[in-house]
Write a protein that binds this ligand. Structure first.
Ligand SMILES: NC(=O)C1=CN([C@@H]2O[C@H](COP(=O)(O)OP(=O)(O)OC[C@H]3O[C@@H](n4cnc5c(N)ncnc54)[C@H](O)[C@@H]3O)[C@@H](O)[C@H]2O)C=CC1
Ligand SMILES: O=C(O)/C=C/C=C(\O)C(=O)O
Length: 480
């Protein structure tokens, strides 16, 4: 059994009320460990540890903070295999993905922010003619809360924690209760790297108990959250009246817009990835595919042929391209959408069935699914499915596709495939999303800002934006 404990003040603790949750392995549907369902008291202990650590950590030199964060990064790299196996087991994602993307990115998050903090600067304004100078101080907030989801567990957990720590805050963090294992292992790495006790505290449990205690805590002054839109709205409702700083990275229903003048092979291969990477469980996946009418039939044939070649299998099999979905309830939710698609007149071009993997019959496997939709307003084209399911439909003009692309409540990312520069500029200006990729997908430069508009969230992460979020700005005006 892989039993997990809370990491508070540098030590590992059982939950005070001795409440535990089962942790399921998506690959075989079996319980393989227990995790704390931490209460308000556990969160309070984490807060007290963080508060005590804050005066010293906030005054630790940037060079020393940087050194420790980079050490954590190096230790994650040194433990790549162990972390990748844990992530794959806990989440159901292919081991190859965990090894090539998730864990290296978690290490990059620490390295990036360890370096970024040494380059972070603030503004000054000389008030010419008034004999005065204004300068901005960027001070750490204090104790901050970081809450992350199950789809990219350590990758997104560290995407929040690393900038928070780099900026001099102390942290109370909660990973998803569905995928807690690598966050638990991170505690050991932090101790080994010499992160002082109490600077980072990791509490495990349900959103409705542990997460709720974090967002309600009167002295946790900022919340950085990634997850579902409904949860984000709830967090805003609780935290905003307490005047907490909030960064909310929420869901997406991202358009992938394909024009006939694109580089076809590159587009086809990337569209396969943007549709089904991580079993389609990435908020950035291009789940609505719009194809210019002149190449629609060709695309449909070629795309479906490629999708049928994807190999659904056990996550530890290196030949697997599609692993297990994260949980049974999530598999059922995705299956419900496939049934909704049928009832809405959708044409199932491939997939749509659960997959039985030999010797792992109770795992949560699903065929990658492509649905040709009768119109852009049907539910499967409007609601976030967050699984290996994409919709496709043709379009006739730039104006039409732009209108359809923007006619959803979300606005996280959009992908555009074209070689027409003027069209690229026109559409990039008008697409309602926080991120536009042109002739690529998920090309990440950690210096760039990251986040969405509309129901996809509030605020921006990434680069100096994250360091700005995790600091309070103060203007000082000196007359001389
Ligand atoms: N990154 C994304 O865009 C993600 C989107 N989703 C979407 O959300 C749907 C629901 O998935 P869930 O696992 O239920 O995501 P969720 O939004 O409930 O969970 C994300 C995190 O928030 C925490 N949380 C939940 N309720 C909370 C509360 N009251 N206070 C504080 N923290 C709370 C959870 O414990 C978890 O750590 C998915 O089917 C998917 O459509 C889910 C995960 C990630
Ligand atoms: O920062 C990234 O590269 C990816 C972020 C992805 C999410 O926030 C998500 O899937 O929720």
């Amino acid at each position: 059994m892989n039993n997990i404990k809370n990491y508070i003040n540098g030590n590992f603790h059982d939950p005070i009320q001795n409440n535990w949750l089962d942790n399921y392995c998506p690959a075989n549907g079996e319980v393989y460990g227990q995790i704390p369902n931490s209460s308000k008291e556990d969160v309070e202990n984490a807060y007290i540890a963080a508060k005590s650590a804050f005066p010293s950590w906030s005054q630790t030199t940037l060079e020393e903070r940087s050194r420790i964060l980079i050490k954590i990064s190096e230790l994650l790299e040194a433990n790549l295999q162990r972390f990748a196996e844990a992530e794959s087991k806990d989440n159901g994602k292919p081991i190859s993905l965990a090894k090539e993307i998730d864990i290296p990115r978690a290490a990059s998050n620490f390295r990036f922010f360890g370096n970024a903090i040494t380059q972070f600067a603030s503004e000054s304004h000389e008030s010419v003619g008034h004999n005065a100078i204004n300068y901005t101080l960027r001070q750490p907030i204090g104790v901050v809360g970081c809450i992350s989801p199950w789809n990219l567990p350590l990758y997104l957990f560290t995407w929040k924690i690393a900038p928070a720590l780099a900026a001099g805050n102390c942290v109370v963090a909660k990973p998803s209760e569905v995928t807690p294992l690598t966050a638990f292992l991170l505690g050991e790495i932090c101790n080994e790297a010499g992160l002082p006790k109490g600077v980072l505290n990791i509490v495990h449990g349900l959103g409705t108990t542990t997460g709720q205690a974090i967002i309600e805590h009167p002295d946790i002054k900022a919340i950085s959250f990634t997850g579902g839109t409904a949860t984000g709205a709830h967090i805003a409702k609780v935290a905003a009246p307490m005047f907490k700083k909030l960064s909310l990275e929420l869901g997406g229903k991202n358009p992938n817009i394909i024009f006939a003048d694109c580089d076809y092979d590159d587009m086809l291969n990337t569209t396969l990835r943007s549709s089904f990477a991580n079993q389609g469980q990435i908020c950035l996946c291009g789940s609505r595919i719009f194809v210019e009418a002149s190449i629609y039939e060709k695309f449909k044939t070629d795309f479906v042929a490629k999708v049928k070649q994807l190999k659904v299998g056990h996550p530890s099999d290196t030949a697997t391209t599609i692993g297990a979905l994260v949980s049974k309830p999530h598999l059922e939710k995705v299956m419900d959408y496939i049934n909704i698609a049928k009832s809405e007149g959708g044409n199932l071009l491939c997939g749509g069935q659960k997959v039985t993997v030999k010797d792992f019959e109770n795992g949560y496997y699903l065929q990658p699914t492509v649905i040709e939709v009768p119109n852009d307003e049907c539910r499967v084209n409007q609601e976030e499915i967050f699984g290996p399911v994409v919709t496709i439909m043709p379009f006739n003009s730039e104006d039409d596709v732009l209108q359809m692309a923007n006619k959803v409540k979300y606005g996280l990312s959009a992908t555009l495939w074209t070689n027409d520069l003027k069209r690229t500029m026109r559409m990039s200006n008008q697409l309602q999303s926080g991120i536009v990729w042109v002739n690529t997908w998920m090309m990440r430069d950690l210096r760039t800002l990251f986040g969405g508009v509309k129901a996809s969230g509030v605020g921006r992460e990434g680069g100096f934006e994250a360091l700005r979020f995790f600091t309070e700005a103060k203007n000082v005006c000196i007359k001389y």
